[in-house]
Design a binder for this molecule. Structure first.
Ligand code: 5GP
Length: 114
C-alpha cells in the first residue's frame, strides 16, 4: 500500500503535535485548524478511504471513535459538543488517502454543511 503523509507522521519522518498513541491508533493536531480544537485520529494501519474498510476492521474504527471521545473530554469540548468528520474521496473533500477522523470543537458548527 502506498505511503502517505500520515505514514510519515506515524514513522516520525515529519513532525506533528502528537496527542495520543498506542499500537493501533495515533491522534495529532491538524496543521491547519478549522476550529479552536481540531485534531485527527488515524489508524496506524493505512486504509486509504472509507470505501476500503473491511468488516474485520470494525473494532479498529470503533477504537478511533472512542479515542476521539476520550481526547474531546480531555480537551474540555465534550460537554458543549463537538463534530466528528471523516471525508471520503473527491466529493467528500478527502485530500489525504489514509483514513482519518477529524475532531472539531470549541465553537458551534452549522448544519447542514455547505
Ligand atoms: P481531508 O481533507 O483529507 O479530510 O483532511 C486532511 C487533513 O490533514 C487536513 O485538515 C489538513 O489540514 C491535514 N494535514 C495535511 N497535511 C498535514 C500535515 O503535514 N500535518 C498535519 N498535522 N496535518 C496535516
Amino acid at each position: 500500500m502506498s505511503e502517505t503523509l500520515f505514514s510519515k507522521i506515524i514513522n516520525r519522518e515529519i513532525p506533528a503535535d502528537i496527542l495520543y498513541e498506542d499500537e493501533e491508533v495515533l491522534a495529532f493536531s491538524d496543521v491547519s485548524p478549522q476550529a479552536p480544537v481540531h485534531f485527527l485520529v488515524i489508524p496506524k494501519h493505512p486504509i486509504p478511504t472509507i470505501n476500503d474498510i473491511q468488516a474485520d476492521q470494525a473494532l479498529l474504527i470503533g477504537k478511533m471513535v472512542l479515542t476521539a471521545q476520550q481526547l474531546a473530554k480531555q480537551k474540555g469540548i465534550a460537554e458543549d459538543g463537538f463534530r466528528l468528520v471523516m471525508n471520503c474521496n473527491e466529493n467528500g473533500g478527502q485530500t489525504v488517502f489514509h483514513i482519518h477522523l477529524h475532531v472539531l470543537g470549541g465553537r458551534a458548527f452549522s448544519w447542514p454543511p455547505g
